[in-house]
Design a protein around this ligand. Structure first.
Ligand SMILES: Cc1cc2nc3c(=O)[nH]c(=O)nc-3n(C[C@H](O)[C@H](O)[C@H](O)COP(=O)(O)O)c2cc1C
Length: 359
């Protein structure tokens, strides 16, 4: 296989062959991109390109439904519905009665969660759900069959947490002690660092950074991802050798994180991009937080490429519906190691205001 790859690389390095290859590829892309039917035909020979993702999304959907009856540490369906309740509770003006179409289901999710608690369960999730449900039933004072039934069901549980403040609150006028200039300096300090000191990375610092990473926004507050972190040198090398993008510097990476998106967080394929968006927002906060703690990082690309997917799945023991989103190398930056200048784009090409282009 390696020999075939090298032979192809060599052939494509020959100018005329490369030009013919580009010409054919461009022509095929032009034809395929004519409309949606031609694009379907275009992808038939390379159906694996998207089929792995389709399979994973469908597996995620299947797992979402089968998980409903399973004991789990965290429950996407409960998180989503509690989030919907919070949003309804903070609406202005707030309606006298709301969430009738999903309150019964939410209480059902909640009761299952509190009745099937495992030792590793995220209790803060249950407290949040309990607090918001209590607030909801307090807010609805007019009699209603659906709500009254849900309330009666809700009151059957003996789970009664102490905290009662995990509900919508007035934000007031927040004042961060971090100035724009401080934040600009931090954003310029953060660079993709590929050369690290051979110094152990304290897990305590990484956990501190993760406390910031989890504050990132996520669709319906699901946080549909997991940070799988490795600091055992052998495992670090095993994981770091999987992506192409770590070539040349992987041997000096002291710690590596794989952010894995959980496609079983969704019942609908329309949400399938959520894992990438939410994980990326969290990753950015994570990397800024690492910088503030004296650590450096670099994202390593994880392409949607069948052979690599299979290797990663096997190495980490992932399910089909678990999708690696990116890897992050972490460590103390070697002051003598160079970083790329990486010119950013000018705002004039990066943004527009009120511009609508009609084809
Ligand atoms: C999604 C993503 C994938 C990346 N993949 C790689 C990679 O595989 N290998 C690598 O050395 N750097 C990788 N990078 C780092 C980029 O090259 C780097 O962010 C970019 O050049 C800008 O430089 P800066 O991060 O220092 O500002 C990646 C960055 C992102 C966001």
């Amino acid at each position: 296989m390696e020999q075939i790859k090298s032979a192809i690389k060599w052939l494509l390095s020959i100018g005329p062959i490369r030009r013919v290859y580009n010409f054919v590829m461009r022509g095929l892309a032009k034809l395929g991109a004519l409309n949606r039917i031609t694009s379907t035909l275009y992808y038939i020979p390379s159906f694996l390109t998207f089929n792995r993702e389709q399979f994973a999304v469908l597996r995620g959907r299947r797992a979402y439904y089968t998980n409903l009856k399973k004991t789990r540490d965290s429950r996407a369906e409960l998180r989503r519905n509690v989030h919907r309740l919070e949003k309804a509770l903070l609406m202005r003006p707030r309606r006298d009665i709301f969430a009738k179409d999903y309150i019964g289901e939410t209480v059902e999710f909640y009761l299952r969660a509190v009745n099937e608690v495992s030792s590793s369960v995220d209790e803060s999730e249950l407290v949040w759900a309990q607090n918001v449900l209590s607030e909801y039933f307090k807010a609805i004072s007019i009699p209603d069959k659906v709500v009254d039934k849900a309330r009666a069901d809700f009151e059957t549980t003996t789970f009664s947490p102490y905290e009662v403040d995990k509900v919508p609150y007035e934000r007031g006028v927040p004042k961060t002690p971090i100035s724009y200039d401080d934040f600009l300096a931090l954003s310029k300090q953060r660079r993709s660092v590929r050369w690290f000191l051979q110094k152990k990375v304290p897990r305590k610092l990484v956990d501190q950074a993760l406390l910031i990473a989890r504050q990132a926004p996520s669709a319906c507050n699901r946080l549909p991802y997991e940070y799988k972190i490795f600091d055992d040198p052998k495992l670090v090398q095993k994981v770091a050798s999987l992506p192409f993008g770590s070539a040349g510097y992987r041997q000096n990476i002291p710690m590596i994180a794989v952010i894995v998106g959980k496609l079983d967080s969704y019942f609908s394929p329309r949400d399938r991009h959520g894992i990438y968006i939410d994980a990326s927002l969290s990753a950015m906060s994570f990397m800024f937080a690492l910088e503030t703690l004296g650590l450096a990082s670099s994202v390593i690309n994880w392409p949607d490429f069948e052979p690599l997917e299979r290797k990663m799945q096997k190495t980490l023991g992932l399910k089909t519906e678990d999708r690696p989103v990116m890897l992050i190398a972490i460590g103390y930056s070697d002051p003598k190691g160079k970083v790329a200048y990486s010119q950013k784009k000018d705002l004039k090409v990066l943004r527009s205001y009120n511009e609508i282009k009609n084809d």
